[in-house]
Design a protein around this ligand. Structure first.
Ligand SMILES: [Zn+2]
Ligand SMILES: [Zn+2]
Length: 339
């Protein structure tokens, strides 16, 4: 009887090929079946991706934003491989920014701004539009059973949405937040801030999307109405989440003197804007990116926030290029990938 030669591959079958959606250096998308299986370092866990979300940032990356090439994707929920010594079988989401752990920023607990950070599917690290992905264990956040996969996959954008709260003056907690934009980013920010107990108004121009906000208990106003209103410059806080180059100028127009404008839109192209409105009205303009994943998972677990009505389609990873195209069409909200 032939003797089995001791397998060189570990029990979790590292070394297999995985299916993945790749953005190449020429800006072309390719679905490949032979991407090498990620090999986790001692500090990393191998994760079997269950669901991934397509974000406007992914669409921007395809247009050249951040000069990224590799496996796309940064919003996911997955299960840690059974061979993992610490987290085997746990369902997790992840903080997508991986700091070096040693620099002054990382030492101050701010790995999000580590100059040597990598970011899942955005900066120097393969993303999650793949069967499997390797991520440092310290970045993982366990998902309670009460939060299903379709809800958990929103954790990363919900964390980014809630990060808006970190820019607000705690003494003005009763102040209304105006969210400019009713796309996936704007709606999710509106829903998440409202679920956190803040007074929110969504300003957009898609009726169906504004109705979605209204159904979640958020005040909604048509942009045309707002632009025609005589009481312009009435917003104490404007979150610019249009995803459109024209959004910043509109946000500056809405903000009242000494108001706060929080920028969420990223753009592959430079955005021309007249800065004098900032000077004359003494506005504060701040950028806002990723947030605390624990806070996001906690809010989802409290069942106070349900962004699932935003899901427009769930498609197989094998259909990933078509899914990205669908996600980029006007009026389409969240498109998920199923692994
Ligand atoms: Zn995203
Ligand atoms: Zn660092």
């Amino acid at each position: 009887m032939p003797r089995l030669i001791a397998a060189s591959a570990p029990s979790n079958a590292y070394g297999r090929a995985v299916r993945a959606l790749i953005l190449n250096a020429a800006g072309e998308l390719a679905l490949v079946d032979d991407q090498p299986d990620p090999i986790p370092s001692a500090a990393e866990a191998l994760i079997h991706v269950k669901r991934a979300g397509i974000c406007d940032t992914d669409l921007q990356l395809v247009r050249g934003y951040a000069g990224f090439a590799g496996v796309l994707g940064h919003e996911f929920v997955g299960v840690v491989d059974q061979a993992d010594p610490e987290l085997a079988g746990q369902r997790v989401v992840a903080d997508i920014n991986i700091g070096c752990g040693a620099c002054p920023r990382c030492s101050h607990g701010d790995g999000h701004h580590c100059p040597d950070r990598t970011t899942l599917g955005i900066r120097s690290r393969p993303g999650c539009f793949a069967d499997r992905v390797a991520i440092p264990r310290r970045n993982l956040v366990r998902v309670p059973d009460s939060v299903d996969d379709d809800l958990a996959v929103f954790a990363e954008p919900v964390a980014a949405a809630l990060h808006v709260l970190d820019e607000l003056d705690p003494r003005a907690a009763g102040e209304r937040i105006d969210v400019l934009g009713d796309g996936k980013l704007g709606l999710l920010i509106s829903l998440a801030l409202a679920a956190s107990g803040r007074q929110v108004r969504t300003i957009g121009h898609h009726r169906a999307k504004l109705e979605l906000a209204a159904a979640a208990g958020v005040a909604a106003t048509a942009l045309e109405h707002e632009l025609a209103a005589s009481d312009q410059r009435s917003s104490a806080v404007v979150v610019e989440a249009t995803g459109h180059p024209s959004g910043l100028a509109r946000a500056l127009w809405l903000a009242r003197p000494r108001g706060l404008v929080i920028l969420k839109t990223t753009s592959a192209a430079p955005i021309p804007v007249d800065l004098s409105a900032i000077v004359v009205n003494e506005l504060r303009v701040v950028g806002s990116r990723c947030g605390d994943m624990h806070r996001a998972v906690d809010l989802l677990a409290q069942q106070r926030l349900d962004p699932r009505p935003m899901i427009a389609a769930t498609m197989a990873l094998a259909q990933a290029p078509a899914a990205l195209e669908h996600a980029g069409q006007r009026g389409v909200l969240k498109v998920l990938l199923r692994m």
